[in-house]
Design a protein around this ligand. Structure first.
Ligand code: ADP
Ligand code: ZN
Length: 748
């Protein structure tokens, strides 16, 4: 039989390829990666064309026909289709779920280039009018209310199907003028941001310094080869990494190609976005820059997606998921702050935005530019062994000095002030001085949450697992200390094993405690606190930062969320209240996280003309993470830390795969986890080094118990497929849920 045949990956819970024949009129539009509707059983489903050609072992005349091709261009261009396939294999996640992650809901819902009818409010109803309508025509009232709550026009078909209403309902309202119906695609321009317009800095680019020039030349040379490559830009805070990115982007845009620029979600502040947009638009006037993050409405995302897919826009700036944006002719992917754990998605598919960026670059022959002041040890290692090109910016622009870091030993402070204290004398004095000079202070508190490790406030001792070199976790239920990697355990001490003092149970401080302490010592200072509790209102964040910039706040207190990418010239003092918390999380990356935090925090001080000062409070001042950060000595830190990683077989020398077991019955979990572990040991032998099973550091969440196994492997791909297969054949009980996480960024 002649004609065209395609293999389709149906979405929504189908993990196989089904074949169809293509009706004559659709042939012109069908291509690899096209989004199509196909009959499956008695329903129509969305799917992606994954292959072109007839099936080998199926009678062609029995094949059903494609029902619809949604766009005249592929929703998943070949590089993204290839990327989806790679992700399936690497992250052991179903392909349909990955494709759904890649294509925005609105696109999958069938919205496309066709001009869609939209509904908007024509005339607002008063309270009485609405009540009357509700009585008379409840369906109309429901529709009105829905549209009114959306703040922007809505696609008619989508709204009606969502509310399960007929067109008659909307027609009635349109007739009365209460609703408006428009046929135009109404642009929801996600890239115009009114709030940030005011703070646009001059778009005039600075003259690059020698180090920046060298880095730009290296990246440009790479781009000129037209081949895949990864460059790691390691530049101290304030060294002007963004300028390097912008010059590389400039080169790519001038060549008529596309760019993806990834930043951690938290860094997507109006400030950075505005800065980038103004610069990008200055580079190539008329260039639209699509912004892409999790707070967009589906409509905004659809517009951005369409603009990129059709080549109308060539740049996307966004968080993790922007790595899937359908940028045409993608030649450059920038991953700023590549060390950020926020790049890892913590639900299926559990992918790492940076690693996926590198893979996508590989698939389309692009350059991937990773940047950070504190590169992840994985990336740094890749640079050391020559897989990545290392570019360094060692100086701050204008030779501004890195701030002076004072490390305060809180053990001594406890003795001096006769008891546990929140603020050291040094920090209090420094804050006083700032207040007098009308300069500003930021106080950082380590992320709250986990504090189930033990730390002696007399001598700074913590209990570590001798096999795994991570802090042991205190389990209140049975008064034990456990290593949640290898499950070594012992009775929890009541006195410090090193010095015999009873002060072994120490917890971190909340932002509120710190605020109270500051109020006591600086009653006249204007304080503001920023943490997840106070930030429930979306705009509060902006307001506070705005006030801080205008000098209406003297001391800003908050968690790491205020540390990212902010540039306040009048901040000359930064205090870190409790460096210990991150250092003693039971994770082999505890040191790395602490070092990163310290360097980033220090980078917030002294960005203006005045030199900055940083005060770090800790019970363990001798710790390497702290000592190396005093001189922002990343290379020294990395050397020491990599040695430790190598000794204990941690990444980057091994990959870790986390296997979580959840369920209501802890005994059963333990039993099945142990059975499974035996099977894995037998099947894989030395190819997989197993640790556990052990209870998770957080043993129970929402009435479910949690156990885990860690697999240490040399390479993920050689084992993950086999592991998944073994897992799908194992007789798991119904009330046990498992999750596999490849390359987790946190052991918590
Ligand atoms: P980083 O990301 O490395 O911390 P930024 O890219 O944010 O640093 O740059 C810090 C500041 O220095 C910005 O305000 C930037 O405009 C400015 N800057 C960058 N390069 C130069 C330069 N060559 N000369 C003067 N100022 C520069
Ligand atoms: Zn251990």
């Amino acid at each position: 039989m002649a004609g065209m045949f395609v293999g389709v990956h149906p979405l929504a819970g189908f993990d196989k390829v089904l074949h169809y024949q293509v009706p004559e009129p659709m042939i012109a539009d069908v291509q690899l990666g096209a989004l199509v509707r196909v009959p499956v059983g008695r329903t129509l489903r969305l799917g992606i064309v994954g292959e072109i050609g007839a099936p080998k072992d199926f009678p062609l005349d029995k094949l059903k026909a494609l029902a619809q091709v949604l766009h005249p261009f592929p929703a998943l261009p070949p590089d993204l289709l290839g990327l989806a396939r790679w992700m399936t294999g690497y992250y052991a996640a179903p392909l349909d779920g990955i494709i759904e992650t890649m294509i925005p809901v609105a696109v999958r819902n069938g919205a496309g280039l066709k001009q869609e009818k939209q509904l908007a409010i024509g005339q607002r109803l008063s309270g009485e009018e609405f009540t009357a309508l509700e009585k008379r025509a409840p369906q109309q009232a429901r529709l009105y209310k829905f549209i009114e709550q959306q703040f922007r026009p809505q696609k008619k078909s989508l709204v009606l199907s969502r509310l399960e209403l007929t067109a008659a309902v909307s027609n009635a309202l349109v007739k009365r003028g209460v609703l408006l119906e428009a046929t135009q695609r109404i642009e929801r321009v996600a890239y115009v941001d009114d709030h940030s317009r005011g703070e646009l800095v001059a778009a005039q680019p600075p003259t690059l310094n020698a180090e920046q020039l060298t880095a730009v030349a290296a990246v440009t040379a790479r781009l000129a080869t037209g081949k895949f490559g990864v460059s790691l830009l390691h530049g101290v805070t304030g060294s002007g990494k963004t300028e390097v990115y912008l010059h590389a982007i400039d080169t790519v845009l001038k060549a008529g190609c596309g760019v993806a620029f990834l930043v951690p979600e938290v860094a997507l502040t109006p400030q950075t976005v505005a800065r980038l947009r103004s610069r990008l638009e200055a580079i190539a006037p008329g260039n639209k820059c699509v912004v892409w993050h999790s707070h967009l409405s589906e409509g905004e995302r659809l517009d951005g997606w369409l603009a990129l897919a059709t080549g109308e826009a060539r740049v996307v700036v966004g968080a993790r998921s922007a790595v899937f944006a359908p940028v045409q002719n993608l030649r450059l992917i920038v991953v700023d702050e590549e060390h950020e754990p926020a790049y890892k998605q913590d639900e299926t598919p559990r992918y790492h935005g940076r690693d996926v960026a590198v893979m996508r670059a590989k698939l389309c022959g692009a350059v991937c530019l990773l940047g950070s002041a504190t590169p992840s040890l994985e990336s740094f290692h890749n640079a050391q062994v020559g897989r990545y090109q290392l570019l360094e910016l060692k100086q701050r622009v204008d030779d501004r000095k890195l701030p002076h870091i004072d490390v305060v030993d809180m053990k001594i402070e406890v003795m001096k002030q006769r008891g546990l204290t929140t603020l050291s004398r040094k920090l209090v004095d420094a804050m006083h001085a700032r207040l007098e000079r009308r300069e500003q202070t930021i106080l950082f508190i380590n992320r709250r949450g986990y504090s189930s490790s033990m730390l002696c406030t007399k001598c700074g001792h913590t209990e570590e697992c001798p096999h795994c070199s991570i802090t042991m976790t205190y389990h209140r239920s049975d008064e034990t200390l456990r290593c949640h990697l290898c499950n070594a355990q012992r009775a929890a001490p009541t006195r410090c094993p090193a010095c015999g003092a009873p002060e072994i149970r120490w917890r971190g401080l909340g932002t509120q405690r710190v605020e109270e302490a500051v109020r006591r010592v600086l009653p006249r200072a204007r304080l503001e606190r920023m943490d997840t509790d106070t930030m429930v209102k979306k705009n509060r964040f902006r307001e506070i930062l705005g006030d801080f910039r205008l000098g209406k706040i003297d001391v800003l207190i908050g968690t790491q969320m205020i540390g990212k990418g902010l540039d306040f010239p009048n901040v000359t003092l930064v205090g870190l209240i409790d460096a210990d918390i991150s250092m003693h999380i039971p994770d082999f990356r505890a040191n790395e996280r602490t070092f990163q935090l310290l360097v980033q925090v220090a980078g917030r001080a002294g960005r203006g003309d005045r030199a900055g000062e940083v005060v770090v409070q800790t019970f363990t001042p001798q710790a390497e993470a702290i000592q190396f950060s005093r001189h922002a000595d990343f290379t020294g830190f990395a050397a020491a830390e990599l040695k430790l990683r190598k000794d204990f077989n941690y990444p980057p020398y091994r990959h870790l795969i986390h296997h979580l077991f959840r369920g209501p019955n802890p005994e059963k979990l333990k039993f099945f986890a142990e059975q499974w572990a035996k099977l894995v040991e037998k099947t894989f032998g030395a190819r997989v080094e197993l640790r556990g099973p052990s209870p998770c550091p957080i043993e129970k969440i929402k009435d479910e118990y949690r156990w885990q196994i860690w697999y240490f492997v040399a390479g993920v791909t050689p084992v993950i497929g086999e592991l998944s297969k073994l897992r799908s054949e194992f007789a798991w009980p119904d009330d046990l849920t498992q999750v596999i996480d490849v390359d987790p960024v946190s052991l918590m």
